[in-house]
Design a binder for this molecule. Sequence first.
Ligand SMILES: Cc1cc2nc3c(=O)[nH]c(=O)nc-3n(C[C@H](O)[C@H](O)[C@H](O)COP(=O)(O)OP(=O)(O)OC[C@H]3O[C@@H](n4cnc5c(N)ncnc54)[C@H](O)[C@@H]3O)c2cc1C
Length: 418
Amino acid sequence: MDNYDVVVLGGGPAGLAAALASNECGGKTLIIEREKLLGGILKQCIHDGFGLIRFKEKLSGPEYSGRYIDMVLEKDIDVETSTFVTEIKKQGEEFLITIVNSKYGVKKIKAKAIVLANGCRERTWRQVFIQGTRPAGIYTAGTAQYFVNMMGYLPFKKCVVLGSGDIGLIMARRLTLEGCTVEGVYEAKSTPSGLSRNIAQCLDDFSIPLHLSHTVTRVFGDDRLNAVEISKVDEKMIPIPGTEKIVECDGLVLSVGLIPENEIAESLNIKIDRKTKGPFVDQNLMTGLEGVFSCGNALHVNDLVDYVSESGEIAGENAAKYAKEHKDRKLIRMNADSKFLYAVPQYIDINSLNQKVIAYFRSRDIRDKMTVKLLYDGQVIFSRKYNKLKPPEMERITFDISKLNLKDNGEINIVMEG
Ligand SMILES: Cc1cc2nc3c(=O)[nH]c(=O)nc-3n(C[C@H](O)[C@H](O)[C@H](O)COP(=O)(O)OP(=O)(O)OC[C@H]3O[C@@H](n4cnc5c(N)ncnc54)[C@H](O)[C@@H]3O)c2cc1C
């Protein structure tokens, strides 16, 4: 049986960065990827805008992932593509992983630590309760992107985009460039869900209208979609009767959110945070189950790939260190108040050698001139002022706990004032 220090599940940007960091720390490392090629979702993101923080360059998705793939292939890192993990079991201090592929059939592998870097999936129309028949022509934005960018098919002539998430905005532009008429982007919330730069570059520059506080309430068509019903919604996002209008189209693109993919974490009974939909983790990105780490979009949905790679590095480095030796954790809670959508990590291991914490958070609402503070035992241990905080834009802070004398019965509270 093959034995590894670290097995990384998923070969997207998070998994690639995790494997490199694990290898750098001397960990014998394997990447398992279910698709034929490494690169994750970036393979189909042919637009630019990746890597501005990391490489100070505007790269396309394949260019960004290509740089990491080259680095991985240069190192002594094993890679199994077209390989599916069917089961992971904890056996004493180690993990027994069952994989299936056409090379070996069923095979078992042992690992001292696991990094979950398996990304996220898109919400479907069943999850947003649209009524009507089940005609062809309704796709999630990622599927439409796969059709256009990878297969070279244009799936619609005239479409409506539901949801103003980044993938929907990018697809509105992409479909327009390919000759499709994008009638408009409809968003149930009163503010856009995507990054401001994407609203400007994907909608405003192409005169694609954005209709806030609107949603699709019904679809029409037998074999093929031929129209959708649009309604205005109130502040609780409930459709307002009498505001319905029919828009003829042969395509509906859904960009209504992403959810971390966590079947494997759940099968290991790892506790999932209701807010992030990813596992609870400490500053080393170790989950509630010793030896299992989580990063990238499997941990929480990121808007910038640079932070995905950063979290992969943290998880990979700490997984390799854990595989060599580890001591008991002493976890204290890090709680974000109700003004935050979420904050990660949710725990701090005060016994860890790593005393530097990188935390990511999102504000629940758009807020001007706010101060974010970290409080421990009533004392302010970190404070930063923000001119504007917006839910679509994830924020990152770093702080050092080495001089704080944190006690195992304490907790850190993240509050927003202003
Ligand atoms: C359409 C779109 C546009 C974007 N635009 C930008 C942009 O302009 N700029 C930017 O910075 N960021 C952008 N992002 C965000 C960024 O690309 C993602 O946050 C990032 O790719 C997530 O990386 P990941 O490694 O966590 O997940 P993924 O890239 O999804 O990789 C996860 C990998 O895990 C594999 N996997 C899943 N389950 C298993 C399993 N059980 N066994 C084996 N393998 C498994 C999957 O096949 C996949 O390859 C965009 C994202 C999308 C979807």
